[in-house]
Design a protein around this ligand. Structure first.
Ligand code: 1PZ
Length: 215
């Protein structure tokens, strides 16, 4: 590749932030959560322009959250827990239908949160798959079990077509830029439980507050 080192994606750019996500009392730091997503967007871009419509949407959501992180109410956006509390108490969330807060932190993060479940399922399949297993099938199965349930037909159709052009497992592990396959597998094995925990904590919080269906 001709890309210089600082442009080249490495899997640790995604996994390290997710490792830093949890505070001592198990709150989710928004800054690290968003940094993990930045890494994912970069990775998706490195896979080619077919994924542009996906990475654009994710990048847009990352951008919305970064604006809150750097905005005048930044101190309310330190953790997902504090964000939820602040936005709900100040009626900054459209709860049942789209209204005056179409880009609340809560609804924006919910979209990434649902996609994180897809990621968890997909990376687990990638980790445990054999050399000749099809990443496109792993990707589609994970998608159908998670995100697809929240997407209209036209998005599911487009996603399905994008999955078809994914490279095989060896090439896929290669673009993650970690080293030999065993090393990628080890890194995934170490990071996946942490991603799961971040997912579960967010899921429980959203369920408790009745936010899982935000428009
Ligand atoms: C490695 C291959 C990557 C496959 C990615 C699998 C996910 C396919 C998702 C297709 C989403 C396409 C376009 C955007 C849809 C939006 O309508 C929804 C809902 O947001 P709203 O319209 O309510 O504002 N957006 C999402 O569901 C967020 C999707 C983020 C996908 C991120 C994928 C991360 C990939 C990481 C690569 C390892």
């Amino acid at each position: 590749s001709e890309a210089s080192d600082d442009q080249k994606f490495s899997l640790s750019e995604v996994l390290d932030p997710f490792k830093l996500c949890l505070s001592e009392n198990k709150e989710v730091y928004l800054e690290h959560y968003v940094a993990g997503w930045r890494g994912l967007v970069k990775f998706l871009n490195s896979l080619g322009s077919v994924f542009g419509f996906i990475s654009k949407d994710a990048a847009n959501k990352v951008h919305i959250l970064v604006n809150y992180l750097n905005g005048e109410n930044a101190s309310q956006y330190v953790t997902v827990q504090s964000m939820v509390k602040y936005e709900l108490e100040n009626e900054l969330v459209d709860l049942t239908k789209r209204g005056s807060h179409p880009e609340s932190g809560c609804r924006t993060l919910l979209r990434l949160h649902r996609a994180l479940r897809w990621l968890e399922l997909f990376l687990e399949r990638l980790r445990t798959g054999s050399e000749d297993s099809k990443t496109s099938a792993m990707c589609a199965e994970s998608y159908n079990e998670s995100l697809a349930q929240h997407h209209p037909w036209v998005v599911r159709k487009a996603a399905g077509m994008a999955f078809c052009v994914l490279p095989g497992r060896p090439a896929f592990l290669e673009v993650m830029n970690v080293g030999p396959p065993e090393q990628v597998v080890a890194m995934l094995g170490e990071a996946l439980p942490l991603i799961s925990e971040v997912y579960q904590i967010t899921e429980d919080l959203y369920a408790q507050r009745n936010l899982l269906d935000l428009p």
